[in-house]
Write a protein that binds this ligand. Structure first.
Ligand code: FAD
Ligand code: NAD
Length: 466
């Protein structure tokens, strides 16, 4: 039987990054993955394929809507070749997952393919073509998550679908009904909206992206409506029925009236659930909490002291970079180091266009905590860079402590917000004040100038370009 210092179950961004860090620290490491490709949800059916389709559909939208104004004439009709778009997405996925195979080999990490199931706290049976047993002093559970569903919905995976199927449709829906106005619903909804589908979003809460700052929800809602999304907030879905090629969704609105939506596809994007099926966690003495997540302490240690858990299968944001940080954290903990994660500064991004990005505290959280704060806000449309590229929507909002000027929250809707959020994370890690940012040179013309301007607005209400 092969013996390891560390065995990791699950090869998503949590698991494979933990494996690399363990190997870097000189630990003999194995990783177990039930699918034939490494990379987990993120690389196979999550972050990477969704961004590939967002990029392709963005090019198409630019071509049909903006090329003419830019002075680019294309003779003949511009058409979507969905088969090729999906094939390109798949080749991006294949190259990326292949890269993880390379990294495992480079770092001498043993890869086992099959379902990892605990025999006890130090032994795992890998159920593949034939069962293999391995032994490990330390084990990291990184089994991730799967799409959630509502109890009354039957996911036929043809017309009533999750994000996994939405990444490989064979036709462009005529009318896609999206249940859940969160990240997946809006990102994938926008892909098909750009390709020509009518898109109706049904959201239970009173605003889309309800966990982000309310100002971001409002701005994104406004922009998506301009893009002809139909958005229904405060609607409680109560049935989804497929009849032939039609999908009928019924929901109660705020007044309790029943509203019927008819489409040809229904994307169910109401969150994800932690995945522990087949893991046999009880055999190792690993406890789950009432939400089905693996229970961990502040060292990400489970109820069995040599077993740790990271990523989507534990509490906290279900984000690839959060899982990665936790992978490194646990590897370093096992190696005897004393690492730290600042959970307050894990950024959140929605890759619609304009993008939405956020880090730190929202206005709602600061108000609830009774913190006195000031707001500096700057509209993207006031930038020369925005006019040059015709990306006028959105704003940067900086929330700073009223007394100390320390930046407590950063919220943005706008072009390239996903990349610009890094400036806010760096500033906030170093506990910068709004004035610190306002006194730093930002290249002109860039979208980043909006950050400096918002910082000026927060410091002394003296933005220069509004
Ligand atoms: P996962 O990536 O889910 O990996 C877990 C792995 O464990 C899987 O490969 C699974 O097969 C394997 N496994 C499970 N049980 C066993 C077992 N018993 N034995 C062996 N293997 C097992 N996050 C972002 O930060 N940015 C984004 O842009 C983004 N976009 C997304 C888009 C979509 C459509 C979706 C669905 C998700 C997106 N996410 C995004 C979320 C991101 O994918 C997850 O947060 C991330 O993958 C979690 O990583 P993980 O390592 O915890 O788990
Ligand atoms: P989500 O939590 O972002 O959104 C789910 C939405 O569904 C919420 O707005 C919620 O209020 C709504 N909802 C819940 N029950 C409902 C009901 N009965 N009727 C109508 N609406 C209902 O979840 P998601 O969009 O499914 O994404 C799952 C996870 O994947 C998220 O945690 C997210 O962090 C991650 N993800 C991240 C990215 C990214 O970082 N860009 C992209 C995709 C997914």
């Amino acid at each position: 039987m092969n013996s390891y210092d560390v065995a990791i179950i699950g090869s998503g961004p949590g698991g494979y990054v933990a494996a690399i860090r363990c190997a870097q620290l000189g630990l003999k490491t194995a990783i177990i993955e039930k699918y034939t490709t490494l990379g987990g949800t993120c690389l196979n059916v999550g972050c990477i394929p969704s961004k590939a389709l967002l990029d392709s559909s963005h090019h198409y939208e630019d071509a049909i809507k903006h090329f003419e104004e830019h002075g680019i004439d294309i003779p003949g009709e511009i058409k979507v070749n969905l088969k090729q778009m999906i094939a390109r997405k798949q080749s991006v996925v294949d190259t990326t997952t292949g890269g993880i195979d390379f990294l495992m080999k480079k770092n001498n990490i043993d890869v086992y393919q099959g379902l990892g199931s605990f025999k006890d706290a130090t032994h795992i049976i890998i159920k593949g073509d034939k069962d293999t047993e391995i032994e490990a002093k330390n084990i990291i559970i990184a089994t991730g998550s799967k799409p959630s569903n509502l109890p009354f919905i039957t996911l036929d995976k043809e017309r009533v679908i999750t994000s996994t199927e939405a990444l490989k449709l064979k036709e462009i829906p005529k009318h896609m009904i999206v249940i859940g106005g969160g990240v997946i619903g809006l990102e994938l909804g926008q892909v098909y909206k750009r390709l020509g589908a009518e898109v109706t979003v049904i959201e239970y809460m009173d605003r889309i992206i309800p966990t982000m700052d309310a100002g971001l929800s409002k701005e994104l809602n406004k922009v998506l409506k301009k893009q002809k999304f139909k958005i229904n907030t405060s609607h409680k879905v109560k049935s989804v029925e497929r009849i032939g090629d039609e999908v009928i969704v019924k929901a109660d609105n705020k007044k309790g009236e029943e509203i019927e939506f008819k489409g040809d596809y229904c994307l169910v994007s109401v969150g994800r659930r932690p995945y522990t099926d087949g893991l046999n966690a009880e055999a190792a003495g690993v406890k789950l909490n009432e939400r089905g997540q693996i229970d961990v302490n502040e060292h990400l240690q489970t109820s069995a002291k040599n077993i740790y858990a990271i990523g989507d299968v534990i509490k906290g944001a279900m984000l690839a970079h959060k899982a990665e940080e936790e992978g490194v954290f646990v590897a370093e903990t096992i190696a005897g180091q004393k690492p730290h994660i600042n959970y307050n500064l894990i950024p959140g991004v929605v890759y619609t266009w304009p993008e939405v990005a956020s880090v730190g505290q929202t206005e709602e959280q600061l108000t609830e905590a009774g913190v006195e704060y000031k707001v500096g806000q700057f509209p993207m449309r006031a930038l020369g860079r925005s006019r040059a590229s015709m990306d006028l929507d959105g704003f940067v909002k900086i929330l700073a402590d009223k007394t100390t000027d320390e930046i407590l929250g950063f919220h943005m809707v706008g072009a390239r917000a996903a990349d610009l959020i890094a400036e806010a994370v760096v500033a906030m890690e170093f506990r910068a004040s709004a004035e610190d940012i306002s006194r730093m040179s930002h290249a002109h013309p860039t979208f980043a100038e909006a950050i400096k301007e918002a910082a000026l607005a927060a410091t002394e209400n003296r933005a220069l370009h509004v």
